[in-house]
Design a binder for this molecule. Structure first.
Ligand SMILES: [Zn+2]
Length: 427
């Protein structure tokens, strides 16, 4: 695998949509028309180019930029150099994938099959490409961060987020995938070998850093977790001052497991009663918190009556431990109350990892691979008949996409040569 750090520094490739191959080959012979086409494309997207930090060029190429033409895999490619900072941008036409022999149509089919839950091996059979080639393709897209891609789509950094770790396995070891979701998009999908607060903090910090770099004043206002100690601790460390809530549905599912040695109808009826309690607490617009405290006390008494002192005590202690997280959900109407969308994202990612032997390669680049999968999750449209059919997660959340073609969007949005910094004032 290529050295990631070197690649990030050097990658000033941009993918440009020339609509069809003929247009591209015609433009190749006309320098002025070529550069103008590229500039018009940049203008339409509202993207800037990633010049060197010292560049006063204002993020634009001019017709007077230096250029050269090179042959890559039998096709002529343009490189354009900024006359001010000497940064060189490689212009890839839409029908070429960076560093890859594969045509985008072949890659598109393979990626769609992976997204649908087919194994790398089966994708390879369908597309006549090696499983390793598909693995590397996903990794290549994953070198661009989720924050970079999502903000390029005009999505604001999320104020309220859901955070949780997916448990997975790598060979014989347990591994964890710390995840941040907001609505229908994944903002972070990391990889850790331990379930400690320190390990999670390190992973979630990648999101926090990328977000703060994009917007120094970025603050998370609320985080919903399932109440797992390491998750809660890492969120408190990274987002001091954020409201920390615990998922209400998770609480509901946990209750029956807290009750030992009772008949199942009793367990069932207590669950229904607890459901009603949480539901009513959410319905009450005012005094929700006060009402909740009182209702929880009554509920614990009720458990003692129906299921004995030991169970009653156990529930009381559990409430004591978790109620601040439930209050946090009820106090702020904007707080998400349930982590359903996050579970859906986890299930979707899990279906893919389950099929992928190469993911369990200890020397593999898990971070890039997972980020690549998350890009697919965010950018591939839902099936026609699904809720939000035909739209991808980014669109459902109100983001803009460069084109109506998801594969092309993936190519353009993960290009290394674009920069999504705010427009400098001298423009
Ligand atoms: Zn420059």
């Amino acid at each position: 695998m290529r050295n990631t750090a070197r690649q990030t520094r050097d990658n000033r490739t941009i993918t440009v949509d020339f609509h069809d191959d003929t247009t591209y080959f015609k433009l190749l012979d006309d320098r002025k028309a070529f550069v103008e086409f590229v500039l018009a494309f940049l203008l339409a997207l509202g993207f800037q180019l990633k010049h060197k930090a010292t560049c006063g060029g204002g993020g634009h190429l001019t017709r007077h930029s230096h250029y050269m033409r090179v042959r890559v895999g039998g096709v002529t490619i343009w490189r354009i150099q900024c006359t001010t900072c000497k940064a060189v941008f490689t212009i890839l036409p839409h029908f070429i994938l960076r560093y890859r022999q594969m045509r985008p149509e072949v890659a598109r089919d393979a990626l769609m099959a992976i997204h649908g839950g087919l194994s790398l091996e089966l994708c390879a059979v369908i597309g006549h490409i090696s499983p390793m080639a598909i693995y590397r393709l996903v990794c290549a897209f994953g070198h661009q961060s989720l924050v970079a891609v999502l903000t390029r789509c005009g999505l604001p950094l999320p104020t309220y987020v859901l955070a949780d770790e997916k448990h997975s396995r790598c060979l014989a070891e347990n591994v964890y995938l710390p995840t941040i979701v907001s609505g229908r998009v994944i903002w972070h999908l990391g990889y850790t070998k331990e379930a400690s607060a320190a390990a999670f903090t390190q992973s979630y910090q990648e999101f926090q850093r990328a977000a703060s770099q994009h917007e120094p004043s970025y603050r998370v206002r609320g985080v919903l977790t399932d109440g797992f100690d390491s998750t809660t601790k890492s969120m408190r460390t990274l987002f001091p001052g954020a409201r920390l809530g615990f998922c209400l549905r998770h609480a509901l599912n946990k209750l029956p497991k807290k009750l030992a040695a009772i008949a199942s109808p009793v367990r069932q009826s207590l669950r229904v009663k607890f459901h009603t309690l949480l539901y009513r607490a959410r319905q009450r617009k005012s005094l929700r918190v006060f009402t909740l405290g009182q209702r929880l006390r009554h509920f614990a008494d009720h458990v003692t009556q129906k299921a004995g002192v030991a169970n009653g005590e156990c529930i009381r202690r559990w409430f004591q431990d978790k109620k601040s997280g439930w209050y946090a959900v009820l106090e702020d109407p904007q707080m998400p109350a349930m982590s359903t969308v996050l579970d859906q994202a986890h299930n979707a990612i899990d279906r893919k990892l389950f099929m992928m032997k190469y993911f369990h390669h200890p020397g593999g680049s898990q971070a890039a691979f997972l980020t690549g999968l998350a890009h697919l999750y965010n950018l591939i449209p839902y099936q026609r008949r699904a809720q939000n059919g035909g739209q991808c997660g980014v669109e459902v959340e109100g983001g803009r996409l460069p084109t109506s073609d998801w594969m092309l969007n993936l190519q353009i949005l993960t290009s290394g040569g674009y920069q999504c910094a705010p427009v400098p004032p001298y423009h």
